[in-house]
Design a protein around this ligand. Structure first.
Ligand code: AMP
Length: 197
């Protein structure tokens, strides 16, 4: 059972590394950004509710976001562990998640923080914008998202830090090197990968 959270500024590579780490530990990725984007592209009611918020780089209301996460974590495949990507993103969401996990007698095992300098994040986001054309990857929205990260998301690391579960990993280097650094940090905590099939 491995319950992880990956945190990093937009453009830190947390999405890519999250998928790799989840595969390594045999757990599903729960990415709120992916869930919201899928709902927007499918034109669901949730998608309609969140589209303009996401396009502006603002945060979707906490209650709505936490309800989406509770729903997802209640699915069978998350019973044995999960990797959260992009949630919680502020202190209110940390409280919501705590409440939910406590109700299941669970807690997070580790919080991986991908450390990437701001200029590097911005350069990566601009590259992604030109490759994928995401509506929220414009200069203005990138700046808004990075400042929300600094003011609202960074403080959650203080809370998790006092619980002794934060592993800060250098997010600059080759994809494989970064993945290996994260795996090493998690294994140093005694978290084990499932035996290869
Ligand atoms: P991401 O792919 O994680 O950068 O998420 C894309 C967008 O989805 C964000 O800029 C927010 O508008 C929204 N979003 C994702 N996760 C959350 C969250 N935990 N709380 C509020 N909004 C979120």
């Amino acid at each position: 059972m491995t319950r992880l959270l990956i945190v990093g500024p937009q453009g830190s590579g947390k999405g890519t590394q999250g998928v790799r780490i989840a595969e390594t530990f045999g757990i599903p990725v729960v990415s709120t950004g992916d869930v919201f984007r899928a709902n927007v592209s499918q034109g669901t009611e949730l998608g309609e509710q969140v589209k303009s918020i996401i396009d502006a780089g603002q945060l979707v209301p906490d209650e709505l976001t936490s309800a989406v996460v509770r729903d997802r974590l209640s699915k069978q495949d998350a019973a044995e562990g999960f990797l959260l990507d992009g949630y919680p993103r502020n202190l209110a969401q940390v409280m919501h998640l705590d409440e939910f996990l406590e109700g299941r007698d669970e807690s997070l095992d580790a919080v991986i923080v991908l450390a990437v300098p701001r200029e590097e994040s911005i350069a990566r986001l601009k590259k992604r914008a030109s490759e994928q054309g995401r509506a929220d990857d414009t200069d203005e929205v990138i700046a808004a998202r990075l400042s929300i990260y600094e003011t609202e998301t960074s403080p959650i690391l203080g809370v998790y830090g006092t619980r002794g579960i934060v592993d800060e990993v250098d997010g600059v280097g080759s994809l494989d090197d970064i993945t290996n650094r994260i795996i090493a940090a998690l294994e140093a905590r005694g978290l084990t990968r499932p035996a290869a099939a």
